[in-house]
Design a binder for this molecule. Structure first.
Ligand SMILES: C[S@@+](CC[C@H](N)C(=O)[O-])C[C@H]1O[C@@H](n2cnc3c(N)ncnc32)[C@H](O)[C@@H]1O
Length: 422
C-alpha cells in the first residue's frame, strides 16, 4: 500500500470506530492507530478526521445529489471523508479518488461507484463548497431537545457548529499576559485568543506554566464572581482536566479538586505540575462524597452532552448514538442535591455545563430550586472589562450558543450561581 493510501485507510478506520462503536478520539483503540504514524502525518490524520466529522452533514447533502441508492456504512464514511478532502479542504482530487478507490477494493465495496461519484463531485467542487445545511438537516434527537430555542438561536447554531474552534488561553496573572511573546486578541486582563494556533504546547511560556487553554465561555462565569474573602473553602467536584480549578488556584484560593475518572485525574495532575499548583486532589464519586465535610463554594462542572463544544468534539453529531439524556439528567440533579448537603449556609454552588440544551440547564436549575427553597439564584458581578460581553448573562444566568466574540469562536455554555440562604 502506498503511504497516502495507508494514512487514508487509517482515517477511514478511525471514523468507522467513532461512527459505529461510539469511540472518541481519546479511546485507546484510536490512539493505537494514530501512534503508528509520524508527527507530520498525525496532523494530517487529525485535520481530515475532524473536518470529515464537522462537515459530514454537508457531505451527506452533496452525496444525496449524486447517489440515490441507500449507502452501506463503509461506503458512506469513505465518501464523506473523500468529499471533505476534495470539496472542503481543497486537496488534489486525483490522489484522493485513487486512494478511495483502492480502499474500497480492500473493503469489498463497489469501486466503480466510488470512482464515478467522486469524479462527478470533483468536477463541481467550487459550487458544492457553498452548500448550505439548515436546522432540519441536524440530527433528530438534537432538534427534539432544542424546540425551545428561538429562530435566531437556531440560525446562529446552524451557522456556527461546523466551524473550526479558536484557541482561548488564560494566564495566571496580568503580568504573565503582558510578558507574553506573541500577539493576542485580549478578552480580559488575563485572557485572550491566540492568533498563532500552531504547536501550542511547545510554546515557551506554556511549558513554563504561565497559562492554560480554556474556552472563553467556560472562563467567563468564575471570572465574573466576586469572592467575599480569601478564607472560603472551595470544592471543585468534577475538576479534571482543570480549567475552572486553575482560575481559583491562580487567585490563591483554597480549593480541593475531585474527579471520578482515574485517567482524567492523571491529565489533571500533569497540568497542575506544569502550572506549579499543588492543591489537595481526590479521586471519588461525588455522589458518595463524605457528608461530614462542609464547603463554602462548590463548583459542579457537570458531565453533560457537551453539545456546546461541538466544534471541538464533532463526533457528537457524527456518531450513531444520541447522548444518554436520562442518565446525564439524573446524575446532574443528584450532584446538585449532594452539593446542597455539603454546603455551609451562605455558601454557593456554581452549576455549569458545556451545553445549552434545556434539560441539562434551565430544567435542572428549576427542579433544584423547586425542591430546595433555601436556595436562590445569585448574580454574576460583571467586571468592568466584561461589560462588553453582558449579553451572555440573562436573568442572572449565563447562557451561550456557539457564537463569535471579537471575531473568534466561543463554545456554547451555561452557568448558574446558586446561594444557600438558610
Ligand atoms: C465537564 S468535565 C469537567 C471539566 C473541568 N471542570 C475543567 O474545567 O476542566 C466533567 C467531569 O466530571 C467527571 N465526573 C463524571 N461523573 C462524576 C462523578 N460521579 N463524580 C465526580 N466526577 C465525575 C468526569 O470525569 C469529567 O472529568
Amino acid at each position: 500500500m502506498i503511504k497516502g493510501e495507508k494514512i487514508r485507510f487509517d482515517i477511514h478506520n478511525i471514523l468507522f470506530l467513532i461512527y459505529k462503536f461510539n469511540n472518541t478520539l481519546e479511546n485507546t483503540s484510536i490512539k493505537k492507530i494514530v501512534d503508528k504514524h509520524k508527527k507530520e502525518d498525525v496532523s494530517f490524520i487529525f485535520n481530515v478526521t475532524l473536518n470529515s466529522m464537522r462537515l459530514h452533514l454537508h457531505s451527506l447533502k452533496i452525496l444525496k445529489i449524486y447517489i440515490k441508492k441507500k449507502l452501506r456504512d463503509h461506503e458512506k464514511i469513505l465518501l464523506i471523508s473523500a468529499i471533505t478532502q476534495i470539496v472542503f479542504l481543497n486537496f488534489k482530487e486525483y490522489a484522493v479518488i485513487n486512494c478511495s478507490v483502492e480502499i474500497s477494493k480492500k473493503l469489498k465495496l463497489y469501486p466503480a461507484l466510488i470512482n464515478a461519484s467522486l469524479k462527478a463531485i470533483a468536477k463541481n467542487k467550487k459550487k458544492l463548497k457553498d452548500i448550505k445545511i439548515n436546522y432540519q438537516d441536524l440530527p433528530e434527537w438534537f432538534r427534539k431537545s432544542t424546540t425551545s430555542l428561538t429562530t435566531n438561536e437556531k440560525k446562529q447554531f446552524v451557522e456556527n457548529f461546523y466551524k473550526e474552534p479558536d484557541v482561548h488561553i488564560v494566564f495566571k496573572n496580568k503580568e504573565k499576559l503582558n510578558k507574553f511573546e506573541e500577539d493576542i486578541v485580549r478578552t480580559s486582563s488575563t485572557s485572550g485568543f491566540l492568533i498563532n494556533k500552531k504547536e501550542i504546547e511547545s510554546k515557551k511560556s506554556f511549558l513554563k506554566g504561565d497559562w492554560w487553554v480554556q474556552d472563553f465561555s467556560s472562563f467567563f462565569p468564575i471570572n465574573n464572581i466576586i469572592f467575599k474573602n480569601q478564607n472560603l473553602k472551595f470544592l471543585d467536584a468534577c475538576a479534571a482536566p482543570g480549567g475552572k480549578a486553575f482560575q481559583l488556584l491562580s487567585k490563591n484560593l483554597e480549593v480541593t479538586l475531585n474527579d471520578k475518572s482515574k485517567r482524567r485525574i492523571q491529565v489533571l495532575k500533569s497540568n497542575l505540575n506544569r502550572l506549579k499548583f499543588n492543591p489537595t486532589i481526590l479521586n471519588r464519586d461525588f455522589i458518595n462524597f463524605d457528608k461530614n465535610e462542609k464547603f463554602d463554594f462548590i463548583i459542579i462542572d457537570a458531565p453533560c452532552s457537551a453539545i456546546g463544544t461541538i466544534r471541538k468534539n464533532p463526533e457528537i453529531f457524527f456518531k450513531n448514538k444520541m447522548p444518554d439524556f436520562d442518565g446525564l439528567n439524573s446524575l446532574q440533579q443528584n450532584m446538585l442535591e449532594n452539593a446542597a448537603h455539603l454546603l455551609n449556609v451562605g455558601g454557593n454552588i456554581l452549576y455549569m455545563t458545556c451545553s445549552f440544551i434545556k434539560n441539562e440547564t434551565f430544567d435542572q436549575i428549576n427542579k433544584f430550586l423547586r425542591n430546595n427553597n433555601n436556595f436562590l439564584i445569585d448574580n454574576f458581578t460583571l467586571t468592568e472589562e466584561s461589560h462588553k460581553f453582558s449579553k451572555l448573562v440573562k436573568n442572572n444566568l449565563m447562557i451561550t450558543i456557539p457564537d463569535k466574540i471579537l471575531n473568534n469562536n466561543i463554545d456554547g455554555y451555561f452557568a448558574a450561581n446558586l446561594k444557600k440562604i438558610k
